[in-house]
Ligand binder design. Structure first.
Ligand SMILES: Cc1cc2nc3c(=O)[nH]c(=O)nc-3n(C[C@H](O)[C@H](O)[C@H](O)COP(=O)(O)OP(=O)(O)OC[C@H]3O[C@@H](n4cnc5c(N)ncnc54)[C@H](O)[C@@H]3O)c2cc1C
Ligand code: SF4
Length: 327
């Protein structure tokens, strides 16, 4: 690990100023991703600004009935919060499917959104990696690419976005509140993460020095039901090979409308909007099959992960069946 200094900020303004004051500074929240990357020399910040003392640790009901989640709410606290368990079980389930209890006790909402890919070549500085060193090449495309993305990849990067929580947030139409040197802004969750394209090193819309302060989730209709299903190589403490977050608005046993996001298969948390348009009416096996085929349309498997297409379809169909039943 390279030497670094650490400063503690007491409010968002001071944190933003501290990060802006020295090039190469970074915020640190739970540290569960950043410190690992520093140990591997993938990240080499000269200054860390500790934001754990900021007043961003609450989960609150908004005036419009939605929920606001502070960026520093720990993954465990969010998963077990009564409002989240009752209204957004998909989010609680996604959080509890991630990492381990110890990690979830440290990991924060903001840090989870900004966690980096688990591509093994990204973590190993002896390999070329366009995301880590732009222009150096992608070791995964012709290398070991079983865990990699089948949706949203480019000739420059096929790294999968690793978060479970983000998949649920994408399906819940969340939005991200940001403060920075140029003021405040709000970005829809589905637009926040970027496709790799020619610039895989640019992963989000966050500008230098900006701080995530909160995430808003809109109110769901009373008739809405939701579920998160994750499939992985072992039962716990493992990233998704495929996952599905499903939110259905049901009426008299029929689907009025639905939202779908996929994990483990996309270069960003993958909202399947085209498939959602088909998700209406009687919840039959045929409907679910059609929706799943649409969700995976255009998938481009790599040499080691063609199995993910069928796996993702089956994961989605199982999640839809769990929420909507089947006639
Ligand atoms: C062994 C292991 C297994 C895991 N398994 C899973 C899994 O199955 N599913 C899953 O989803 N995740 C998994 N994770 C990832 C884990 O969820 C993340 O490490 C965690 O959510 C990151 O949160 P943090 O608060 O520790 O972030 P940090 O490590 O503190 O920060 C991560 C990044 O976010 C930036 N940052 C943090 N907060 C803010 C903010 N408010 N504003 C701006 N920038 C900010 C930091 O500068 C840094 O770049 C696993 C991690 C490990 C180590
Ligand atoms: S897939 Fe992306 S992160 Fe992995 S080696 Fe290629 S460029 Fe790097």
């Amino acid at each position: 690990m390279e030497p670094f200094t650490i400063q503690t900020a007491s409010d968002p303004h001071a944190a933003i100023q501290a990060v802006g004051a020295t090039a190469g500074s970074k915020y640190i929240a739970g540290g569960t991703n950043l410190v690992d990357l520093m140990k591997m020399y993938v990240e080499t910040p000269s200054v860390l600004v500790n934001i754990n003392g900021l007043d961003l640790q609450k989960v609150e009901i908004r005036h419009d009935g939605g929920v606001r989640i502070g960026a520093l709410v720990r993954n465990s606290d969010l998963a077990h919060h009564p409002l989240i368990e009752k209204r957004y079980p998909v989010l609680s389930q996604a959080l509890l499917s991630g990492a381990s209890a110890q990690l979830r006790n440290m990991a924060t909402t903001g840090g989870n959104i900004l966690q980096r890919t688990r591509c093994p070549y990204f973590f190993d500085i002896s390999f070329p990696c366009n995301k880590r060193t732009p222009g150096s090449g992608c070791s995964a495309i012709k290398g070991y690419n079983r865990p990699h993305a089948i949706l949203g990849g480019s000739d420059h990067c096929i790294a999968v976005h690793p978060s479970d929580m983000c998949v649920a947030m994408a399906a819940l139409d969340a939005s991200i509140h940001i403060e920075g040197p140029d003021g405040e802004r709000v970005i829809p969750f589905v637009d926040f993460h970027l496709l790799p394209g020619n610039t895989p090193e640019k992963e989000t819309q966050l500008k230098p020095g900006e701080l995530i302060t909160a995430i808003d989730i809109p109110k769901l209709p009373r008739s809405a039901k939701s579920h998160y299903l994750k499939v992985r190589d072992r039962a716990s403490y493992e990233f998704a090979l495929a996952s599905a977050a499903v939110v259905l608005d049901m009426e008299d046993g029929n689907i009025r409308s639905g939202r779908i996001a996929l994990g483990g298969v996309g270069t960003k948390p993958w909202r399947a909007t085209k498939a959602e348009q088909l998700l209406k009416g009687r919840p039959t096996q045929e409907l679910y099959n059609t929706v799943a085929a649409a969700a995976l349309e255009g998938a481009q498997p790599q040499t080691n992960n063609e199995f993910k297409i069928e796996l993702a379809k089956r994961t989605l169909i199982r999640a839809l069946t769990t929420v909507g039943g089947i006639v």
